[in-house]
Design a protein around this ligand. Structure first.
Ligand SMILES: [Mg+2]
Length: 262
């Protein structure tokens, strides 16, 4: 097993090779924290020499023996994905077939356009449109104060209107940057514009408060890139809080757990 950093050190890929020469690739990217993941891999080298076909056994030994957090779980994700890749190649079957087969031939995608620098958003959106995208996603704001000026809220609304005026659908990522007071206000102001979704209205340390916002507006609520297990998703599903689950396969302990979450 070997890890590979991809400049500018945002991405981390994992290569695992079996004795008989089958190579699998996985991804352990943790939004720029590549050195932390490399450190975590020092704990995963102990699996060198085990039977690569026993994915769930390897997964359980590491997952159940580790404290659960983004670093260790992202490392495990990369190994898990690489092991599924190896299994598919060994049997000559794509992983999606091993998991039960195809459901659709095409999916709708959005283009990310940033948003931390509000002045750049419209140009970025026009570029995405030229590339053929019909939807874009942006951060609602840069960092905001606990209770900031209403101007911040108006700025976000104006940007969404600008993007819609060039014919694009828009998803808004609050990125957990707002505190509850302003998150409520902004969700209300955005509701009449029909954004595709609001992502992470608050940080997922606050399932009850996120539930309040979810029940306050009709806008679909998306969340999940900071949740690592099916158990982490449970409170949101039980409270009917999220409309779009967003597990990140590079954080949520790989394809094995992603399938359980789904
Ligand atoms: Mg996000």
């Amino acid at each position: 097993m070997k890890t590979f950093r991809v400049p500018p050190n945002r991405w981390l890929f994992v290569r695992a090779e079996t004795n008989d020469g089958i190579v699998g690739w996985g991804e352990s990217t943790l939004e720029g924290h590549t050195e932390a993941i490399e450190g975590a891999f020092n704990d995963l080298w102990r699996f060198i020499g085990v039977e690569a076909d026993n994915i769930v056994d390897i997964w359980q030994v590491f997952a159940l023996d580790s404290l659960r957090g983004p670093v260790l779980m992202s490392a495990l994700s990369g190994l898990d994905i690489a092991l599924w890749d190896i299994k598919g190649k060994r049997h000559g079957i794509p992983v999606w077939k091993l998991l039960g087969g195809k459901i659709r031939d095409r999916i709708k995608v959005y283009g990310w356009i940033g948003g931390d620098q509000p002045s750049d958003v419209l140009d970025a959106a026009k570029n995405r449109k030229a590339e053929g995208f019909t939807c874009v996603k942006m951060n609602a704001t840069d960092i905001v104060a606990r209770i900031d000026s209403p101007e911040v809220l108006r700025g976000t609304v104006e940007r969404v209107q600008q993007l819609q005026s060039v014919g694009l659908d828009v998803g808004i990522d609050f990125h957990g940057r707002f505190h509850k007071g302003m998150a409520k206000q902004l969700a209300k102001l955005l509701e009449p514009l029909h954004p595709l979704f609001i992502e992470e209205p608050l940080l997922p340390t606050q399932p009850e408060e996120i539930a309040d916002i979810s029940h306050l507006v009709s806008t679909p609520i998306a969340l999940g890139e900071r949740l690592y297990t099916c158990f982490d998703f449970r409170p949101y599903l039980e409270r009917r809080v999220i409309d779009i689950a967003q597990p990140d396969v590079s954080h949520c302990r790989g394809i094995t757990e992603l399938h359980r979450i789904a």
